[in-house]
Design a protein around this ligand. Sequence first.
Ligand code: UFG
Length: 337
Amino acid sequence: MKILLTGGAGYIGSHTAVELLNAGFDVVIADDFSNSSPEVIRRIEKITGKAVSVYHVDVADEKALEGVFEDNSIDGVIHFAGFKAVGESVKIPLAYYRNNIGCTLTLLETMEKFGVNIIIFSSSATVYGTPKALPLAEDMTTGPCSNPYGSTKLFIEQIIMDAAAARKELTAVLLRYFNPVGAHQSGLVGEMPNGIPNNLMPFISQVAVGKLARLNVFGNDYPTKDGTGVRDYIHVVDLAKGHVAALNYGVKNPGVEVFNLGTGIGYSVLDIVNAFVKVNQIEIPYVITDRRAGDIAECYANAEKASRLMGWKAGLTLEDMCRDTWRWQKNNPNGYE
Ligand code: UFG
């Protein structure tokens, strides 16, 4: 099967490309490289020993996207392309709605035009909004989201569900990611945030490599075991394998299905810092600061549905996440440059 990955040069897309190629799928990547590097493609090919077809296109550009579908007999699509910075989305919400929703509409229309009937969508646990109960299960109510980025994910889920209701041939698997961290075990692909990282793990690894002086721990007065925020961190390679499982599931089970991709385990900020220090034998200086606006105390998944229906379960540990993050950071202090 030939699978198109929109945004396939990004953090999660690149790891998914590796797992798809390893599982015997052909991979076509469409990416505008606005937040990724063409070097990623060479790395994917090095890890897998297989070739990837790459198109430098904006997925919202209808003519350019049609060219990709004309050149390739696409059997299914995994849709990663989109802006993803929470803070930025608050400052330029219209750009987020225009880009994330616009490119999804173009993609769905193009898929219909070319008779492509399966889409896996890169959604987020952020669609649950402030958790009403924990762990978060797929049948719990969604929204309202605390920022426009999250709202684009929620609205796109709805758009895909409406498209699938109107066109019965369309199968969709919506994947709600919890907190992806880590890097491929080869140390060749990993996360490359622009500027100062917003997320915890890349911030820690940049402190470890000496690019940042210390970690700010955003609050230690939450109602959690040690007062710091608790999240469900999932190794990006497990997450990538979740996409292969979702594709195999969708091929056999027409319709629309939603899955959490998480481990079901909550770790605090200090758990992550302590594990990173222990596994990598490196100091991470930190200070406790005020809470970050918009943060919630705890968020973790009920991961049972994905295990029951898709036979997928996260297998890598917090130690794996810390070790693989550090290997990637150490080997690539300036990302893909
Ligand atoms: N944190 C710090 N210091 C930092 C960065 C983060 O203490 O420098 C803390 C946060 O307060 C939080 C935890 O580390 O308790 C995790 O924060 P991240 O920014 O890594 O992740 P979030 O859970 O805030 O956000 C993630 C994704 C979003 C997604 C959201 C909800 O990055 O894309 O989960 O699913 F929207």
